[in-house]
Design a binder for this molecule. Sequence first.
Ligand SMILES: [Zn+2]
Length: 155
Amino acid sequence: MGPVPFYDPEGSRFGIATFPYGLAPQGLATRRQLRRQQLRPAGQQPVAQLMWRSRRTSSAKGVPRGIQVAYLYEIAKARPYRPPSPKQLAALAAALRARRICPTCGVEQPYCLPRRYGQCQACHGWDLPSPEHTPTPSTESMLPAAVQPSTDRRP
Ligand SMILES: [Zn+2]
């Protein structure tokens, strides 16, 4: 019988205290487990990690194929997770929209106005196509009269 895989409470093998899935010490939880309790790590560094075999390979750096890891955080240091309220989301959307409306021409642009200029690119004088500012060029007016196609028909 070899040693229990992934059991490294001192972190001598993996650089951080490591436990196999299901054997995490009391008081620690992964980000996902915290979330289920309406908590978030709140800026604390992970104190340990869980490691387990999986058909999916972790995207974390330096983790071998077929192994998944999840950081463990101290539940005691976690803070309540508060999703943004509908009011906060609405305020955010309104603020973003306000940043797209040009105070010079009043047109809502598809981009946020560059803060340096405080107006849209067209009002600022950049040579960029904007349907509100550049008249659509007419093809007919650009053709000289002599090039008009002849209506003559040969007998
Ligand atoms: Zn403008």
